[in-house]
Design a protein around this ligand. Structure first.
Ligand SMILES: *[C@@H]1O[C@H](CO)[C@@H](O)[C@H](O)[C@H]1NC(C)=O
Ligand SMILES: *[C@@H]1O[C@H](CO)[C@@H](O)[C@H](O)[C@H]1NC(C)=O
Ligand SMILES: *[C@@H]1O[C@H](CO)[C@@H](O)[C@H](O)[C@H]1NC(C)=O
Ligand SMILES: *[C@@H]1O[C@H](CO)[C@@H](O)[C@H](O)[C@H]1NC(C)=O
Ligand SMILES: *[C@@H]1O[C@H](CO)[C@@H](O)[C@H](O)[C@H]1NC(C)=O
Ligand SMILES: *[C@@H]1O[C@H](CO)[C@@H](O)[C@H](O)[C@H]1NC(C)=O
Ligand SMILES: *[C@@H]1O[C@H](CO)[C@@H](O)[C@H](O)[C@H]1NC(C)=O
Ligand SMILES: *[C@@H]1O[C@H](CO)[C@@H](O)[C@H](O)[C@H]1NC(C)=O
Ligand SMILES: *[C@@H]1O[C@H](CO)[C@@H](O)[C@H](O)[C@H]1NC(C)=O
Ligand SMILES: *[C@@H]1O[C@H](CO)[C@@H](O)[C@H](O)[C@H]1NC(C)=O
Ligand SMILES: *[C@@H]1O[C@H](CO)[C@@H](O)[C@H](O)[C@H]1NC(C)=O
Ligand SMILES: *[C@@H]1O[C@H](CO)[C@@H](O)[C@H](O)[C@H]1NC(C)=O
Length: 665
């Protein structure tokens, strides 16, 4: 009897608690703290998207489909399951040309800065709360088990009474499956559950596993104090054809931090106004801000020049001070890493040793280099460093984060180098594509679509001095001169590919690299990638040539000591005397001529057997490489060989002939 009483009492008690809770939430003015009502039936991850409001934006247009509207909506992710949801990610399938302007508690996964075009849908992940704990371990604390994202942005077209809803929403974490969302006019929701069939790799790491990419950067906190910490940034170039010169690294501080000092790098601006007029001056009352490195929210950080390498105050770090050169590991492993350290001062409320927030939105770029796109910064397991005492021990960082960046292929008009084409049997040169590297808005004065053939000597001249010669050439050759005259290619680097000869045994081509920029390139390299050509590569003469078989038989050429400076145009390099050239630049694929004349090509294309690629330096054979049997369809039936002349006085970098060959074919 007693026990029955006890059970009854217990039930009543639970019931009462439930009622009180429910009432609390019903009366709560802040609905964000309440779980979505439909979530009661969900024992997985409950995801919702709710449209809130929309107002017409300027300009007011008659054309309904072009009218912009400002919209507000919310998305929630509630962990109603038993286990932690690590690094939650949701996909929102926007479909009305949305431009996302703000998203609280979340970041856009592909690292785009807001405002960002998300009209094809976008993936959001949590920030600063990346994980959603389970109710079990937090006693149902909604702030820890639910993330609520307030979205605002601009949308086009749909006018009331229609609602601009996304096509779909879903949780994209591995190991979960989501049903079709339940919809009403302004709301979508779904309950994603663990997929018993999915085999999620069992994470052996505490945080995210480290990832590979073309360029990885880690942010390691080495020493932490209540209101400041020492961090070390390590940049690793992992792509054999990736490269950076004069890199600039930027990021954004999210919690008002500022950099008080730096070692191994410097910020381009020393701007302390944001501190003096901001919260920093209130907290750091006695700090001499004139000694602070910079208070910018988005500083631009650059490598120190080599003469500061041994500087006790700002240098004296391994892997520092190379003027921002990051080379591929095949060239020099030591030079594929850059390191710098910074002392960061924090502001309230982050005044405790463990309140560490790394900067976000990392971006790195170099001069005439591949373009890198970086993902979001992610917490990873603490980096291990060899112990400084020389004992066989390792020191762990206090906390570590990683940023992974990949090379992106240049879009049309966004290349930074281009290729022109010529051949011994035709005295005209097909120049680089007009606007290959983009045209400024002067395209009214020049013709962005036209091209004009050049006399051979004209490719040695900067664009401005070419046109007169080109016009005279067209008149001699009785060709039409386009009006207005073509625009420049706009490229800092150009490459001329010249078919120099065509023997029974093969053909040869000469390649020259032109540096139209006013920057010098140190430790340049040329990588030659021919379709199935490299194998058999034996030696190089004036160059140091290495065959990298793992990399589709790429022949990797660098200058020998003393020869490996490429001098910018401004430094007085004499271009006269160079007859032909071809260049692709520092990992950056160069724009190829769009319409290589059929007649020019016809003679180049043929079948070839075991033939040889010659690479010569200023006429001296530099290397040769047999070409394996392959077929390039063409008019004639000749054997071919390839000769590449790379003029080191003039520029730089990477040659990917495979693409050229493919184009030619
Ligand atoms: C209205 O705007 C859309 C999108 O900007 C455009 O495609 C369409 O041609 C415009 N219609 C009219 C009638 O101007
Ligand atoms: C969006 O998708 C359309 C059609 O697939 C594509 O043409 C457009 O380039 C995409 N836009 C972006 C920014 O990815
Ligand atoms: C993952 O690891 C945990 C603990 O190490 C173990 O209990 C669990 O069964 C593992 N899961 C799988 C799918 O291997
Ligand atoms: C040539 O380059 C390879 C790798 O790129 C390197 O191992 C070798 O030491 C270099 N040789 C000379 C003479 O520089
Ligand atoms: C790599 O660079 C370092 C530093 O300049 C130099 O000491 C070393 O000899 C270089 N290694 C090679 C293989 O060239
Ligand atoms: C320090 O900050 C961290 C992160 O904000 C927090 O988890 C921790 O409880 C704080 N510790 C103290 C002693 O305030
Ligand atoms: C790096 O930043 C400085 C200062 O803003 C600028 O002058 C320079 O051109 C930048 N370099 C690159 C590679 O963007
Ligand atoms: C970069 O590429 C690697 C594979 O090459 C991929 O695993 C990684 O997700 C990519 N990272 C980003 C940010 O695109
Ligand atoms: C080489 O060229 C041939 C014919 O053009 C093509 O079928 C093959 O896929 C190419 N191989 C590579 C590795 O590009
Ligand atoms: C080698 O060529 C193949 C086919 O063109 C390509 O899929 C692969 O990514 C290339 N590998 C490297 C390391 O460039
Ligand atoms: C460039 O070199 C050529 C021949 O090598 C010479 O005739 C000419 O004077 C030189 N021009 C300059 C500006 O040095
Ligand atoms: C090509 O080279 C291979 C091996 O070097 C040889 O066996 C073959 O006979 C050669 N083919 C021709 C057509 O010369």
């Amino acid at each position: 009897m007693i026990s029955k009483m006890a059970i009854l009492y217990l039930f009543l008690n639970i019931f009462t608690v439930y009622l009180i809770r429910a009432q609390d939430y019903d009366g709560d003015k802040n609905p964000q703290a309440a779980p979505p009502p439909e979530s009661i039936d969900c024992n997985g991850i409950f995801v919702t998207y709710t449209f809130i409001s929309r107002t017409k934006e300027y300009p007011y247009l008659k054309n309904v489909t072009a009218q912009p509207w400002a919209f507000k909506s919310t998305a929630t992710i509630l962990n109603a399951g038993l286990s932690v949801l690590q690094n939650w990610k949701i996909f929102v399938g926007f479909q009305n040309q949305e431009i996302l302007v703000s998203a609280s508690n979340a970041v856009v996964v592909d690292g785009d800065e807001l405002p960002a075009f998300v009209g094809n849908g976008t993936t959001l992940s949590g920030y600063p709360l990346t994980d959603l704990k389970s109710s079990v371990e937090t006693a149902g604390d909604l702030t820890q088990i639910q993330a609520e994202i307030e979205l605002s942005g601009t949308q086009f077209g749909i006018r009331p009474p229609g609602y601009p809803m996304p096509r779909t929403i879903k949780l994209v974490n591995d190991g979960y499956k989501c049903p079709k969302p339940k919809r009403s006019a302004t709301r979508m929701s779904m309950c994603c559950v663990k997929d018993p069939k999915s085999k999620v790799a069992n994470l052996t790491t505490k945080y995210f596993p480290r990832q590979n990419g073309d360029l990885t950067m880690s942010y390691d906190v080495l020493q932490a104090y209540d209101n400041n910490y020492l961090a070390q940034v390590t940049i690793n170039n992992n792509n054999p054809l990736g490269r950076l010169d004069h890199w600039n690294l930027t990021w954004e501080w999210m919690r008002g931090e500022f950099i008080s000092s730096m070692r191994g790098a410097y910020t381009r601006k020393k701007d302390i106004t944001e501190c003096i007029y901001g919260a920093a001056a209130v907290y750091y009352k006695d700090l001499d801000f004139s000694k602070v490195m910079t208070c910018e929210k988005r500083p631009i950080i650059s490598d120190l020049p080599p003469d500061r390498e041994k500087d006790k105050e700002i240098g004296n770090l391994p892997y520092c001070c190379r003027n921002g050169s990051l080379l591929p590991t095949v060239m020099n492993e030591t030079k594929s890493v850059s390191i710098f350290q910074l002392q960061v001062n924090k502001l309230p409320p982050d005044l405790n040793r463990t309140a560490l927030y790394p900067p976000e939105r990392w971006k790195i770029e170099g001069v005439l280099n591949p373009q890198y796109k970086c993902g979001p910064i992610k917490r990873v397991d603490e980096t291990e460093f060899p112990d400084l005492s020389g004992l066989q021990a390792t020191t762990l960082a206090v906390a570590s984060w990683q940023v992974v960046c990949n090379i992106t292929r240049p879009k049309k008009g966004q290349s930074r180098c281009c290729v022109s084409f010529s051949a011994y049997y035709n005295d005209s040169v097909v120049p680089c594509n007009t606007c290959a590297c983009g045209c400024e808005n002067n395209s009214k004065k020049c013709n962005a679509d036209a091209q004009i053939l050049l006399p051979p000597e004209a490719i040695l001249l900067p664009f401005a001095n070419r046109l007169d010669k080109a016009v005279a050439w067209a008149q001699i050759k009785h060709r039409r001169v386009p009006t207005p005259l073509p625009c420049p290619d706009g490229c800092g680097v150009s490459v001329n590919w010249h078919v120099a000869s065509n023997y029974r045994k093969g053909w040869s081509a000469r390649v020259t690299l032109f540096n139209w920029k006013e920057v010098e390139f140190v430790d340049w390299f040329v990588a030659v990638q021919l379709n199935k050509t490299g194998s058999g590569f034996e030696r190089a003469y004036s160059f140091n040539g290495t065959l990298i078989e793992d990399l589709n038989d790429t022949i990797f050429l660098t200058g020998l000591p003393g020869l490996n400076y490429l001098i910018g145009e401004a430094n007085g390099a004499n271009l006269t005397g160079i007859r032909e050239c071809l260049v692709v630049f520092n990992g950056e694929e160069c724009a190829l001529p769009m319409q290589i004349r059929r007649r020019m090509l016809a003679a180049v294309l043929f079948k070839y057997d075991n033939t040889t690629a010659y690479i010569t330096y200023r006429g001296t054979p530099a290397t040769e490489a047999p070409i394996e049997k392959d077929t390039i369809p063409a008019r004639g039936k000749h054997d071919i060989s390839t000769e590449v002349v790379v003029d080191v006085d003039n520029l730089v970098s990477i040659l990917i002939m495979r693409r050229i060959m493919r184009r030619v074919v």
